[in-house]
Design a binder for this molecule. Structure first.
Ligand SMILES: Cc1cc2nc3c(=O)[nH]c(=O)nc-3n(C[C@H](O)[C@H](O)[C@H](O)COP(=O)(O)OP(=O)(O)OC[C@H]3O[C@@H](n4cnc5c(N)ncnc54)[C@H](O)[C@@H]3O)c2cc1C
Length: 482
């Protein structure tokens, strides 16, 4: 009897997994397969934090298969080469997988198709990562949207996403299992110094962890989402589902329908619920952009930015930003949250990105690369679209001359300094008035708080009056060619 091979990539879940569901409906024994492919994505192989997440997520999914009497086969290498090898040695009637949208996805999917054709196996490709396929949401002229608001309107007018598919109850297993690598042999965890303690304390990767996050958010966060989502000091104000979505441990449409049914059960949640879905639609927007402009991770959408006169910032200065030692508390809190937990609040991502690009005049692609390595939710579409957005060179982007003032942003969105105090404990004893600008505190206040500026906490690494003007001057040099 032929087998159905299900290739798991960014869909590490059983619930609402169209590729897996179709394979099970075909009635043949299932071979679930994951291939760690560092080659096909070129320079965008997974970063360190993502590798940690993937390890945990594969472990979780392996356990789910085991419970159902099957085995998750783990391999390493180029996807098409490994697949060809497997198809040559086993009786496989069909290969089932979820489509991707990354710059390398088309080439990869063509290669999978070729391998299947050569082996006489059916090649079956499914959606499941997005709410709406990029081919579906188009302007009246048939073009992709480049402005978010009309895009979101078009999404809402389109046929709603179909209802999620329940997790399978049975998973027919083959008579004998294919050879598999041990999870540890994939070497996803750091070799040598283990820096992942903060990640393990913060997250529960896997399908169950994703479902629990969503439940928790619906119980405690949704009712204030609109009002509190911009406040990094309020725990549970946002869903923190991004890494779960990134690895496909929960589908966007499962979330969509849970929010919709919450609104239906209690119409008072409609405002917050729809606001949440609007944020989820930013993810769609990023993916559609990436699909339609595959060089998004490397090339500014606004071509005049190619000539931007980036500054000459030395490694030590960059390190201050990376390690959260800039002397601007909200920036430092954000960068340390990222370092410790693999995550950063959205508002703070915007602040630290603006600081790097506009105050330090560092090319947005460097920030993008740092996030890629350190975020557990590092996502090729969201990361590149967001960095371009902050830089002012992306679609529907913040205008370049909007330069976030980290002090005012801190005072507005972290008014009691709860967030800063959590991640920059050496200044925690400062009164609220100075928590976002320690350099303005009188000497006696600093002494009372146990702070020696320049020693226990850095002086601001730049004079923002100067850097702001420098950024505007730099922008003026490319503005004419906009
Ligand atoms: C410079 C920069 C880099 C970023 N890099 C990434 C990244 O690599 N991966 C990533 O998932 N998000 C990225 N974002 C977007 C956003 O910061 C995160 O999606 C969000 O903070 C995740 O937290 P949450 O799940 O609690 O969000 P919630 O507020 O609960 O939102 C729910 C979901 O909607 C989506 N979403 C929310 N806001 C955005 C947004 N602005 N853009 C796109 N999708 C959004 C996410 O999938 C998120 O999980 C970046 C933003 C900036 C400014």
């Amino acid at each position: 009897m032929p087998h159905s091979l299900v290739l798991f990539q960014e869909n590490l879940r059983l619930t609402d997994n169209p590729a897996l569901n179709a394979a099970i409906e075909a009635g043949n024994p299932i071979i679930p397969l994951f291939i760690l492919d560092d080659e096909t994505p070129g320079g965008w192989a997974l970063g360190g934090a993502s590798r940690w997440w993937l390890h945990q997520s594969l472990c979780d999914l392996s356990a789910s298969f085991e419970k159902m009497g099957n085995r998750f086969i783990l391999r390493r290498g180029r996807t098409d080469t490994v697949l060809a090898d497997i198809l040559a040695g086993a009786d496989i009637g069909g290969v089932y997988f979820q489509r991707g949208y990354a710059p390398w996805s088309r080439g990869l999917e063509d290669a999978i198709k070729r391998v299947c054709d050569d082996a006489g196996a059916d090649c079956k490709r499914y959606g499941g990562h997005l709410l709406f396929e990029p081919e579906a949401i188009r302007t009246q002229q048939g073009r992709p949207y480049t402005v978010f608001t009309p895009f979101w309107r078009a999404c809402q007018e389109y046929t709603p996403p179909s209802l999620p598919i329940a997790a399978p109850k049975k998973m027919p297993a083959p008579n004998g299992f294919l050879d598999s690598e041990d999870l540890d042999d994939l070497e996803l965890l750091p070799q040598g110094f283990d820096w992942t303690g903060g990640l393990a304390e913060t997250w529960m990767p896997g399908e169950k962890g994703a479902a629990e996050r969503l439940d928790k958010f619906l119980e405690g966060g949704l009712s204030d989402y609109k009002q509190k989502r911009d406040r990094p000091g309020d725990a549970h104000a946002t869903s923190m589902l991004s890494p779960h979505l990134r690895f496909g441990e929960i589908s966007a449409r499962s979330i969509w329908w849970r929010i919709k049914s919450t609104i239906e059960a209690d119409p008072r949640t409609a405002g917050n619920g729809m606001h949440y879905l609007r944020e989820l639609a930013w993810r769609e927007f990023s993916y559609h952009l990436l699909f339609n402009t595959p060089d998004l991770p490397e090339t500014p959408l606004r071509k005049n930015f190619e000539a931007f006169p980036w500054g000459d910032v030395d490694v030590r200065q960059r390190r201050k930003w990376q390690k959260g030692k800039t002397g601007f508390p909200i920036v430092d809190a954000g960068m340390r949250q990222l370092w410790q937990t693999g995550y950063m609040h959205n508002r703070v991502r915007m602040i630290v990105a603006s600081f790097l690009i506009k105050d330090l005049l560092v090319d947005w692609r460097e920030g993008e690369a740092w996030f890629w390595d350190t975020l557990v939710d590092a996502d090729i579409a969201n990361n590149s679209a967001s960095w371009q957005w902050v830089a002012g060179c992306g679609a529907d982007a913040a205008p370049y001359f909007r330069i976030f003032n980290p002090v005012l942003q801190g005072e507005k969105f972290d008014p009691e300094g709860a967030y800063v105090r959590q991640y920059v404990p050496e200044i925690a004893k400062l009164p609220d008035k100075f928590i976002h600008k320690p350099w303005e505190a009188p000497d006696a206040v600093l002494t009372d708080a146990g702070i020696v500026l320049g020693d226990t906490y850095p002086m601001p690494m730049v004079d923002r009056k100067i850097t702001r003007q420098r950024a505007l001057d730099a922008y003026a040099t490319i503005k004419q060619s906009a």
